[in-house]
Design a protein around this ligand. Structure first.
Ligand code: DGT
Ligand code: CA
Ligand code: CA
Length: 578
């Protein structure tokens, strides 16, 4: 939990420093935040074991940042951060949540118009005070209003990627409690929905009172909304709420089914029970007063005449009919992935060397990794040019030789593939010459600029890229950033048709702020017979574990193993590339 809290603070410190025009330092804080977000070990554990020295060993954390972490762990505060907040008293997290609002803009708006928060920003934009400012203009003002409207629509929901790691920690604590016989996450979290309203836990215990007391006094609880004998509800310091319910052992399956939802799914399930003259509730499935199922979810679904349904697809999108007709797809499994083809190395400013990324891939049990650094159009990402790509190609050949020289090497089954993530320019061409692209094992192309083209132009732009025989994969195809940026204007049907025709693979970007393609688009792609690939877009080795979010999204989109090319061994994977 502290990892996420510190990451958030460090991101904010970076933004305050950027606002003050401080050089380099903001980048150091951003880097530390990025590491903390995905670090596997908790900083509390590291500090307990190895003290300050241990903190300094975290990649991207130097002495000065380690000291601030220590201060936070000891006092719950960072004086430096509070000083920065006082110097520029703006609600930086609120304002940066608006797409296109960076520290520079926030600074000017504060100095010229005393804008401190979302409310004053909206007021100023509505009364056209922003457009006349130097460097802003009509278009920016319009974008700000659109950004605020978009934020309001997603208000109160949290990213799955923020919530799941924290919920897993709490799950562990509950699991370790001796009064807890069994515990599960339920609700949208169990369904792995991309955003989460609140966290739901379900518990079997002979001593509910102990469990309730434990739950409401967990670290991070700042408010208790309610606490009864078997039910409690709390607010956490990070702003989200959690519910817990203790249920009898014999009802656990029925309760898990009920509290997993979705509501739309449950409504239809309950109707089916009624049609069979049965009554379904969180306590069980009853004929008259006799309980005929309830201990497990499987027996509840079975008694209703259908197969058990994976939580990720319980959205009333045809899964109930399929469960009755025995035609549920065998959706991709969390351990089906054999490699990750969208990984950045330190060649383009990522955190790790190619070898470190490859090591992590092997540790994850993969058979291959694809290195796909940014290319030259993206100067802020240190994009590589043709010459650097050719050098990188040689470096990767050498590494592969180390894995499997003729005499048998370190890991004869593992392979590094060489690719790159090119930029699709306005006219649909990419920023690297074809004669160099031809030499690589695979090529990704994505849009990283001019997001606001018309629907026709944007669709044509992407299709043109797909028609390039060297381009194998389109990264984050719709461009959305959850809670921040809407999809580009595109005709997704046309994109799918072109993907099918040209044999281009569409990416399911696993990063929790993207999840792009999303569940519904994955389903459409699958139905059209378009192949997909799940990639993490990792800029740091630890981000490779974000794969599980991509798989969850693929499951929500009904994708099967055969729809996702990186479930296949190397030879077959290569066969799917152009
Ligand atoms: P969230 O929290 O907004 O992300 O979404 P959920 O699905 O976790 O919803 P939540 O926490 O309100 O309730 C958990 C589950 O309990 C929900 O998925 C289905 C079930 N449930 C809650 N209220 C109702 C209801 O009025 N009718 C039915 N059939 N089920 C309900
Ligand atoms: Ca919930
Ligand atoms: Ca709830």
């Amino acid at each position: 939990m502290k990892n996420q809290e510190l990451a958030k603070i460090f991101y904010e410190i970076a933004e305050y420093l950027e606002m003050q025009g401080v050089a380099f330092k903001p980048y150091a804080y951003q880097k530390a935040a990025l590491t903390l977000e995905t670090l596997e070990e908790s900083v509390e554990d590291i500090y307990r074991k190895d003290g300050l020295k241990g903190l300094e060993k975290i990649p991207g954390v130097g002495e000065s940042i380690a000291l601030k972490m220590e201060e936070y762990l000891k006092t719950g505060k960072i004086k430096y951060y509070q000083k920065l907040k006082k110097q520029t008293p703006v609600k930086i997290d609120e304002l940066t949540a608006v797409e296109g609002m960076g520290p520079q803009k926030i600074k000017i708006l504060y100095e010229k118009l005393k804008i401190k928060d979302l409310k004053s920003l909206e007021k100023a934009a509505q009364s056209h005070k922003i457009a006349p400012l130097f460097g802003f203009g009509e278009k920016t003002e319009k974008n700000i209003l659109e950004g605020i409207a978009f934020l309001k629509r997603s208000k109160g929901r949290f990213l799955l990627g923020e919530i799941l790691p924290m919920a897993k920690e709490i799950y562990q604590k509950l699991e370790n409690l001796k009064e807890v016989e069994k515990v599960d996450m339920a609700g949208s979290l169990r369904r792995r929905q991309e955003t989460i309203g609140d966290v739901d836990f379900l518990v079997i215990s002979e001593n509910p009172k102990k469990v309730m007391n434990f739950f409401v006094s967990l670290p991070g609880v700042i408010k208790v909304w309610g606490k009864g004998m078997t039910k409690a509800s709390v607010r956490m310091s990070n702003g989200f709420d959690m519910d817990i319910r203790v249920v009898p052992k014999e009802s656990y399956g029925a309760a898990l089914q009920y509290f997993t939802g979705s509501k739309d799914h449950n409504i239809v399930i309950r109707k089916i029970a009624m049609e069979k003259k049965l009554k379904l509730s969180e306590y069980g499935l009853f004929r008259g007063s006799k309980m005929i199922a309830g201990k497990t979810e499987e027996e509840v679904y079975k008694a209703l005449g259908m197969n058990w349904i994976p939580p990720e697809i319980r959205e009333n999108r045809g899964e109930i009919e399929a469960a009755i007709n025995n035609t549920l797809p065998k959706i991709i499994d969390y351990n089906d992935i054999k490699g990750d083809l969208h990984c950045h190395s330190n060649w383009d400013g990522g955190e790790n060397t190619i070898l470190e990324m490859a090591d992590k891939a092997m540790e994850m049990g993969y058979e291959y990794i694809g290195i796909s650094d940014h290319t030259k159009f993206l100067r802020i990402e240190n994009g590589l040019d043709e010459k650097q790509l050719l050098e990188q190609h040689k470096a990767i050949e050498k590494l592969n030789y180390r894995f499997h020289p003729p005499a048998g090497g370190l890991n004869s089954k593992f392979q590094i593939l060489h690719g790159c993530e090119t930029n699709i320019l306005n006219d649909g061409s990419v920023d690297i010459k074809d004669e160099v692209l031809e030499k690589l094992d695979f090529v990704i192309a994505g849009i990283h600029s001019n997001f606001k083209l018309s629907k026709e132009k944007m669709t044509a732009r992407i299709i043109k890229a797909m028609e390039n025989p060297n381009i194998d994969i389109i990264s984050h195809p719709t461009g959305r950033i959850i809670k921040k940026r809407e999809e580009y204007q595109i005709d997704f049907n046309e994109i799918l048709k072109a993907a099918k025709q040209t044999g281009t693979i569409l990416e399911i970007n696993a990063h929790p702020v993207r999840l792009d393609l999303n569940d519904q688009n994955i389903r459409r792609a699958k139905e059209m017979g378009v192949k997909m690939i799940i990639n993490t877009d990792a800029h740091h080795r630890d981000q490779m574990k974000l794969m599980e979010f991509g798989i969850a999204q693929a499951r929500r989109g009904w994708a099967e193993k055969k729809d996702i090319i990186n479930t296949q061994p190397l030879e077959k994977l290569l066969g799917y590339l152009k």
